[in-house]
Design a protein around this ligand. Structure first.
Ligand code: AMP
Length: 507
């Protein structure tokens, strides 16, 4: 099956139903969305993009996002959506790594900065060339069939090694993920609005698929991102709003709602995940908005689909174990099995903590051009998540820790090594170690411990400027601690636990 077939079917069954809105303004119906996607696919083909080729998409959330995804699939190509918050240099690295033939960018920034890799052409979405490419008026015809194992989406996740890896998601993976949404997360009703308050290059965009299938409308906020006041206004104007939000976004939404006495009217469902939701925060959100929340736990390697905690169980406070259940991430979603593994890889019984492993139809094919990393991550058919957790006797999974050193700030993953490597390029930096520090608003913030090079001095503004030109803004340390030496063990490994203690209150 070709995942673009869902758009083709909805366009024929519900041609005049609203498909895309920018804020409250209608952009196009389903017939137009499908026609534009097909027209764009032909233009991409005319520019030499063929089945199996990679097409990069480096743009903020915009009304064109869905037609670009579908144009690639219509052609049998693989789309590579890149987080628009990345620095263009980081995007250039991804474009080169995946060997993209073509890059669609918001305003032609790759070529403009001289960062477009050789062999790759660029189309700016805000250009006349793009507008011409989507206007062809040919009759709609079915997208060509695809093997379920063909790569539909290359999802770049940051790696502990400092460089992101491309997770290969097949048409079959996306199908299984979308079906799990309707089985385990929520049903989609006519008149619902899928709102994109989080980057469409990630989970929020992947979740567009079940809404395409159902013929619901897709709403791009005029701000392009997450603005609590705008969401409250859109909920009132549109109704039936469903969206994915990181826990920190929910916290900000609840604070804004309290300030204006808003109780969630017009919001149908908020799916939360991507980072830990603290018990007090979900309690407060439920008290303000009522049972509008569903939790999911997933990762790029099995997108949005490891476990889910359904709406009724998030809200339940009558079961003897309700507190533990609300603080868990729920139970395995329909397409997958979940196991806990000991250090030696043997499965552990309920109640014993270990590494979470997943097997099933949503698990990636592997990492793009990284057979060793794939072999380390998928062992005997089981995906090693790198997360630590514990299953209870009823199948509820509680995350205990992350075995990787990842920092999750505002729902975005930041790998310390990436930040450390950028800082170490600065001539005045001798040694550096980056950790996450608990933060009530962002979950965690990035803190860098820096040892200056002999005879050199460094300061926060200099290093901040340096980071701005090397890494994405959200990865920049919010705080620097300048020190004479880093604490290390006898193997010379920096003791991050000691650094965390140094930041503990009272130290
Ligand atoms: P990504 O691959 O960027 O989607 O990040 C996935 C990681 O985010 C997971 O491996 C977890 O560490 C974390 N994560 C995702 N969902 C949840 C959740 N519901 N609760 C806690 N952490 C989560």
């Amino acid at each position: 099956m070709n995942i673009a077939h869902w758009l083709y079917q909805t366009a024929r069954a519900r041609p005049r139903v609203a498909a895309v809105k920018l804020g409250t303004a209608l952009v196009c119906d389903y017939a137009t969305l499908a026609r534009r996607a097909q027209a764009l696919s032909r233009q991409l083909g005319a520019r030499g993009v063929g089945a199996g080729d990679r097409v990069a998409l480096f743009a903020a959330n915009c009304p064109e996002y869905l037609e670009i995804l579908h144009a690639c699939w219509w052609l049998g190509a693989t789309v590579v959506p890149i987080n628009y918050k990345l620095h263009p240099r980081e995007a250039a690295w991804i474009i080169e790594d995946c060997g993209a033939r073509l890059a669609l960018t918001g305003a032609g920034e790759m070529g403009g900065l001289g960062l477009l890799p050789e062999g790759c052409t660029e189309i700016a979405i805000d250009s006349e060339a793009y507008r011409a490419a989507v206007t062809e008026k040919a009759a709609l015809s079915a997208p060509p069939p695809q093997d379920a194992g063909a790569v539909a989406w290359l999802f770049y996740t940051s790696g502990t090694t400092g460089r992101p890896k491309g997770v290969m998601l097949s048409h079959g993976n996306l199908l299984a993920m979308a079906m799990a949404y309707t089985m385990d997360v929520d049903h989609i009703a006519p008149g619902d609005h899928s709102l994109y308050a989080a980057p469409m290059s990630h989970g929020a965009g992947l979740y567009a698929l079940p809404f395409i299938r159902a013929g619901a409308a897709h709403v791009i906020p005029a701000s392009g991102g997450f603005d609590p006041a705008e969401i409250i206004a859109l909920a009132g104007d549109l109704g039936g709003l469903c969206f994915f939000a990181a826990p920190t976004m929910i916290k900000r939404l609840v604070t804004a709602a309290k300030a204006v006495g808003y109780r969630g009217e017009g919001i149908r469902t908020i799916v939360y995940g991507g980072g830990p939701m603290y018990g007090a925060d979900i309690d407060e959100a439920l008290a303000q908005f009522g049972p509008r929340f569903v939790q999911i736990y997933g990762q790029g390697e099995t997108p949005m689909t490891i476990t889910a905690l359904p709406r009724d169980l998030v809200a339940d406070d009558s079961h003897p174990d309700w507190r533990a259940r609300r603080d868990s991430v729920g139970f395995a979603q329909a397409p997958v099995e979940v196991r806990i593994l000991a250090d030696d890889g043997t499965p552990l019984p309920p109640g014993k903590p270990g590494e979470i492993a997943v097997r099933g139809a949503t698990v990636m094919l592997g990492y793009w051009n990284r057979p060793e990393a794939t072999a380390e991550t998928i062992v005997d058919g089981w995906l090693r998540t790198g997360d630590l957790g514990c299953l209870d006797a009823d199948g509820f999974l509680t995350l205990t820790d992350r075995s990787k050193d990842v920092i999750i700030s505002g729902g975005s993953n930041i790998y310390p090594r990436e930040v450390e490597e950028a800082l170490l390029l600065h001539p005045s930096v001798h040694e550096v170690s980056v950790i996450g520090s608990p933060d009530p608003e962002w979950g965690e913030t990035v803190v860098a411990f820096v040892v200056a090079a002999p005879g050199a001095s460094c300061d926060q503004p200099t290093l901040d400027d340096w980071c701005r030109s090397h890494i994405a803004g959200f990865k920049r340390p919010k705080r620097y601690v300048f020190t004479d030496a880093l604490p290390k063990n006898s193997y010379g490994k920096v003791l991050k636990t000691e650094l965390r203690q140094q930041l503990a209150p009272g130290r």
